[in-house]
Design a protein around this ligand. Structure first.
Ligand code: ATP
Ligand code: MG
Length: 427
C-alpha cells in the first residue's frame, strides 16, 4: 500500500477534476459507499469462484461477530446501496464512484494491495445505445487526459443460453487437447471453462488461438445487438478491436464486455474494464434490472499519463501534470516586515491570488533562491527598509521568465495599495 506524496497527489487531483467534469457533463451523479461491507455481499456479488473472492479479500470478524471485508471493487457496493435506498424505484440511475479498493495480490508496477478505481454504473438501462454511451464516456475521458496509445477491445458474451451452448463446444474442444493445458486451466475445465480464454499463460494463449469462439455461437438476436453496438462506436469515431477471448466468468455478465489497454504498462496492461451485468441486481436480492458499467484503475492511468507527459512535453498530459505556480512569492525579513508580509499574504489570498509566504526569516539571498524555485513570476520583497518607506519591491523572477532582464522590471509597490498589486499580478 502506497503513500501518495504531494507531487503525485497533485497529478491525481488534476485527473480527478477532469473526471468529475466529464461525469457532470454526461449527467452522472456521484455515489459514495463505505469501504467496509459484509463479506457476504462480495461472495454473492462477485462470486466465490473468482480469484478476487477466493484469494484476494481482506476479511475479518468484527467485534459483533460479523464477517466484514474491505471492498475489493465498487460495483457490488453501488448495487447494494441503490437497493437499500430505493434508488431503483426512482427510474434509471447513472452513477459514478471513486476511491480505494483492497485486494491481497502480489504487488508490482501497476498492481497494489490498496489501489484506486473510478467507476461508472448505469442501472436500469438495457438499450445497446447505453453500452456505446458508457464506453464513449471512458474513451472521451482518456482522450481528454491526453493519454496515448490506448486500444479498445470489445466482445459479446451473449446471453446465459448462448454461453451454455458455447461452453459445451469449448469443453469438447479443450478436452481433446487437455494435455496441452496448464494446470490452472485444466482445473477450470469443468468449473469455469470460459475463464480459460482469459489465461495469461503464453502456451495456453497460443493453443486458444484456434479455439471455437463465442461470437460464432451467438444467437441471431445477440449478434444483432453486438452489430448495433459496433455501429454506434463507428458513428462515434471510436476505434475498436474484436477480442473473442475477452470474457468474464460469472453468469450475471452478458452481451457487451470491453477493456481499454495500454502498451505502456507491461503485463498490467488493462487501464479500464467493464461490461453489461444484467443479472447482478437480481443476484443481490433486487428486481431484475439491466445494468452496465466500467472501472478504471487510477494508478495505471497515472502511469500512462506520466508516460504521455514525458513523451510530449507540450501536450495535454504534460499540461495536466505540470506543477501549478504561485502568482506571487513573498520575500520578507525583519520583525515589522514579517508581520506586514503575513497580513499582505492574507489579504492577497482573500482577493484570490495564490501567494507563497516565506516563513523562514532566512537571509534575502536564500529566500530569493526559494522564490525562483517556486516558479512564481513575481516576488514582493519586504524588509524593514521597505516598511519604513511604505513601499515593497516587486521583482520579476527567473523561474517564470529566465530570459527576461530582471533589473529593468523591478518596481516599487506602495504597500497600502494592494488593489493595484492584485490588478498587476492578474495581468
Ligand atoms: P487485472 O487483470 O489487471 O487483475 P482485473 O480484471 O482484476 O484486472 P477489474 O476487477 O476489472 O480488474 O478492475 C478494473 C481495473 O482496476 C483494472 O483494469 C485495473 O486498471 C485496476 N486494478 C485492478 N486490480 C488492481 C490492483 N491490484 N492494483 C492496481 N490496479 C488494479
Ligand atoms: Mg485482478
Amino acid at each position: 500500500m502506497l503513500d501518495l506524496l504531494p507531487e503525485q497527489t497533485r497529478r491525481w487531483q488534476a485527473v480527478e477534476s477532469v473526471t468529475r467534469d466529464h461525469f457532470h457533463r454526461a449527467g452522472l451523479q456521484e455515489i459514495r459507499t463505505p469501504l467496509l461491507e459484509l463479506t457476504e455481499l462480495f461472495a454473492r456479488g462477485i462470486g466465490e469462484a473468482t480469484d478476487v473472492v477466493g484469494k484476494e479479500m481482506y476479511t475479518f470478524v468484527d467485534r459483533g461477530g460479523r464477517s466484514c471485508t474491505l471492498r475489493p471493487e465498487g460495483t457490488a457496493s453501488v448495487v447494494r446501496a441503490a437497493l437499500q435506498n430505493g434508488l431503483l424505484s426512482q427510474g434509471p440511475q447513472r452513477l459514478w464512484y471513486s476511491g480505494p479498493m483492497f485486494r491481497y495480490e502480489r504487488p508490482q508496477a501497476g498492481r497494489q494491495r490498496q489501489f484506486h478505481q473510478v467507476g461508472v454504473e448505469f442501472l436500469g438501462v438495457s438499450s445497446p445505445r447505453s453500452d456505446a454511451e458508457v464506453i464513449a464516456l471512458a474513451w472521451a475521458l482518456l482522450a481528454d487526459l491526453g493519454v496515448q496509445g490506448l486500444v479498445l477491445e470489445i466482445n459479446s458474451l451473449g446471453t446465459v443460453e448462448d454461453r451454455k451452448n458455447y461452453r459445451g463446444e469449448l469443453v469438447k474442444w479443450l478436452e481433446a487437447r487437455s494435455e496441452k493445458l496448464d494446470d490452472d486451466s485444466r482445473k477450470r475445465l469443468y468449473t469455469n471453462p470460459l475463464r480459460i480464454l482469459d489465461s495469461k499463460n503464453p502456451a495456453t494463449k497460443a493453443l486458444l488461438e484456434d479455439s471455437p469462439t463465442l461470437l460464432e455461437t451467438l444467437s441471431e438476436e445477440s449478434k444483432a445487438r453486438f452489430t448495433e453496438l459496433q455501429g454506434d462506436l463507428k458513428a462515434l469515431h471510436i476505434p475498436f478491436h474484436l477480442n473473442p477471448h475477452l470474457v468474464r466468468g460469472l453468469d450475471y455478465y452478458c452481451h457487451t464486455a470491453f477493456e481499454i489497454t495500454s502498451d505502456q504498462l507491461g503485463a498490467q496492461a488493462t487501464v479500464c474494464g467493464g461490461g453489461r451485468y444484467d443479472g447482478l441486481v437480481e443476484q443481490l436480492g433486487g428486481p431484475s434490472t439491466p445494468a452496465i458499467g466500467w472501472a478504471l484503475g487510477m494508478e495505471r492511468l497515472i502511469l500512462v499519463l506520466e508516460a504521455a507527459a514525458s513523451a510530449d512535453s507540450s501536450g495535454q498530459a504534460a499540461r495536466l501534470t505540470a506543477a501549478t505556480r504561485p502568482d506571487l512569492y513573498l520575500v520578507n525579513r525583519g520583525e515589522r516586515a514579517e508581520r506586514a508580509a503575513l497580513v499582505i499574504a492574507h489579504q492577497l489570498r482573500a482577493a484570490g491570488l495564490v501567494v507563497e509566504l516565506d516563513g523562514s526569516g532566512a537571509a534575502f539571498a536564500k529566500q530569493f533562491k526559494r522564490a525562483d524555485r517556486s516558479r512564481a513570476p513575481w516576488a514582493l520583497v519586504i524588509g524593514d527598509d521597505e516598511i519604513e518607506k511604505g513601499e515593497g519591491r516587486l521583482k520579476r523572477l527567473k523561474g517564470a521568465a529566465p530570459e527576461a532582464d530582471q533589473t529593468s522590471i523591478d518596481q516599487l509597490q506602495p504597500l497600502d495599495d494592494l488593489i493595484g498589486l492584485v490588478r498587476l499580478l492578474r495581468d
